[in-house]
Design a protein around this ligand. Structure first.
Ligand code: UD1
Ligand code: UDP
Length: 367
């Protein structure tokens, strides 16, 4: 009988990170892949559109856990995943990144003795106030195979005593998705329909609780973006969390910005690859901008992706609005060639290396 692997998806970035792993596993003979969707993200713009554009098969099951407090959401996924695993016990489980669904699924699996694979293991911001940091550290602690995007992540795991053949530097699967689809993104008509020109736009994504949940902090960063909009169009596809916060402080605070609903992956790649400048608090966007050679200002005090600062196009500006305004001015004064960064193993083949490592783990387990 072929070994079965259950892949857990739940939130927007999970689809982008896991699609290359699913494709590579399905290309290998002898591994059956099941997809279990936690339902953490449920709006079509955050979920179904990604499944379709990334060519993922429809999930075999959706737990429809939805939104809630951290405890509600994590508990919902824990209970739902355990039930699914008891019904259809796989030979291994794959989780990705750092969202609540990642930790909850890993916890359900490890208690049942199912080997856990963590894609994008070992990243550390050092900021324990971030829910994602808690999710990453605890998921790594229970994982049996830890697939890292960069050498610093391997080093972080070694400091925590996690080393040996269970840690594999596979490269960045999120960048595999970008390599595969950025060409298709050029067919997006979004730029033209918004009347935008290449390299004459700033793209913004902000959704971290630390940046958007406090009304004063949100108003302060919007004021910087409004001033930037006097220089070039500022396009802001808004995560639902941010949209809700903007409604409560008054949508007029963003009247000069081009506010959009969350974009499909292809439309987002079209804007991201055409941008003069990206301002973000996203994890994945810090990586994608480096791979595209587009300058990125990260509006956070820490990053778990230091390789994008060292080898890429990312600059950590902190969360002082004045520092962001100064960084925008400095960036726009520079002449840029938009050369993609060369980061080891961000080469479009990380999914294949991940699948090979997973197959090797399954083979060891079968002995
Ligand atoms: C989650 C992740 C974050 C990740 C982000 C990716 C955690 C703790 N956070 O944050 O690390 O960067 O996803 O986008 O797992 N909502 C909708 N429609 C949806 C989903 C959510 O309207 O389909 C709204 C709800 O009001 C919800 C809020 O967004 O309360 C937050 O959603 P949630 O999944 O809890 O966290 P994110 O902010 O999306
Ligand atoms: N993304 C997208 N549309 C958007 C915003 C982001 O397709 O409107 C993609 C982006 O290209 C990247 C991923 O979503 O692949 C990043 O997800 P997000 O910023 O929500 O989460 P994080 O990476 O911070 O966990």
């Amino acid at each position: 009988m072929s070994p079965t692997v259950t892949v857990i998806v739940g939130a927007r970035p999970n689809f982008v990170k896991l699609a290359p792993v699913v494709h590579a596993l399905r290309d290998r003979p002898g591994v059956a892949v099941r997809i279990l969707h936690s339902g953490q993200h449920y709006d079509p713009a955050l979920s179904a559109a990604f499944i379709e554009q990334l060519g993922l098969p429809p999930p075999d099951e959706n737990l429809s856990v939805g939104s809630g407090t951290h405890a509600e959401q994590t508990a919902g996924v824990l209970v739902g995943v355990e039930r699914a695993l008891l019904r259809d016990r796989p030979d291994a489980m794959i989780v990705a990144g750092d969202v609540n669904s990642t930790l909850a699924a890993a916890l359900a699996g490890v208690k049942l003795g199912i080997p856990i694979v963590h894609v994008e293991a070992g990243l550390r911001s050092g900021d324990w106030a971030m829910p994602e940091e808690i999710n990453r550290v605890l998921t790594d602690r229970v994982a049996d195979l830890l697939l890292c995007t960069s050498a610093d992540a391997v080093g972080n795991l070694a400091i925590e005593g996690i080393a040996g053949e269970r840690v594999v530097l596979a490269g960045n699967t999120m960048i595999d998705s970008l390599h595969r689809l950025v060409g298709h993104a050029n067919t997006s008509e979004l730029l033209a329909s918004l009347g935008l020109e290449r390299r004459r736009l700033a793209l913004v994504t902000l959704h971290r609780p630390a940046v958007v949940d406090d009304p004063e902090r949100l108003a302060a960063v919007l004021a910087v973006l409004e001033r930037l909009a006097d220089q070039l169009p500022v396009v802001f596809p808004m995560h639902p969390r941010t949209r809700a916060r903007l409604q409560s402080i008054g949508p007029r605070r963003a009247r000069k910005l081009v506010l959009l609903e969350p974009l499909s992956y292809l439309d987002f790649l079209a804007l991201e690859s055409a941008a003069r400048l990206v301002i973000t608090d996203s994890g994945g966007v810090q990586e994608e901008t480096s791979a595209l050679g587009v300058p990125c200002l990260t509006y956070r005090t820490t990053t778990e992706r230091p390789v994008t600062l060292e080898l890429g196009t990312n600059r950590l500006v902190g969360t002082d609005p004045a520092a962001l305004a100064a960084a925008c001015r400095e960036e726009l004064a520079l002449a840029r060639d938009f050369a993609p960064a060369a980061i080891p193993l961000w080469d479009g083949h990380a999914g294949e290396r991940a699948a090979a490592a997973i197959a090797a783990m399954l083979a060891r387990g079968a002995q």
